[in-house]
Write a new protein. Sequence first.
Length: 315
Amino acid sequence: MSKEIFDFYDKTVLKSYNLDESMRYQLNMLDRLDVFTRKHCENVANLTCRLCEYLHCTKGFTEYCTICAYLHDIGKQFIPASILQKPGKLTDEEYEIMKTHTTIGYKMCMDDLKLRPYAAGPLYHHEALDGSGYPNGLTKKDIPYEGQIIRVADEYDAIVSKRQYKSHIGISDTLKILIDNTKPHEEVQKSAVLEELGNNAKLGKDNPIIVRALFKVVIDDIEYEISCMLDYIKSLKGELKRFEQIDKYKEKMEKAKTEKKKNYYLEGMKELMIGNETPENYERSKHEYINAYNKRKDIVDNLFKEIKIIKKLKV
């Protein structure tokens, strides 16, 4: 049975840029990363590129921001694997070590003339608008726009990867987390230092304008997934029609009164069979196709529901 082709991160937009040799140099730096971190960097770069498009950024800034995103976690190659790949929660000490990937990545970029223009990617992608981020605890006015964009893309992909989505069904729950990150923390609002924080007290960690752009990117991806699924459903329907024809031949064969007629319809059945199908076992294949068809139909229905949920979310 053939399978539908679906990529959770459609790179159509990203591939629209012809990266020159100098840019390829920056991307080759990812070869030093472990496979999971490399994939994450690619995903974040793709999301960043598409966010920039919805944020109406110039092509030059979009290309720049995309490269910054590719390199945002480059410093992780110097984080011990025992910490980087730890399945459980990090200890406070381990977390402090993990946080150094931002400054390590920044230094790597600054020490290399070809990487220096993109040092903002590693340095700022964990800074938060409300000042709760790291490494420098900057607030909105001091965090460059590229850092704010990459932060949202980074958070989204980290949650998606952790939850191991195979489809966008339920992805609205992830978006709700990012919505919460655009809001001021309740503890801050109730604290005695509220006046000291000034305008920053009204901020969350993430830029709501960028999160709204992410909604559009996600809806695009869901519609792409639906398109892939519908193409696959169409091919499954073709297979089910083939099995219907086989069933008709079988019914006629069972009703035939002469051996010649029986053999005629039997040969008709065989002509329609593919692979390892035989008159004796084809019904098993037929039921597999029916189950696959029904499963994909349910997925498409749920994906349409997911779009409706996302469109009702407010940032």
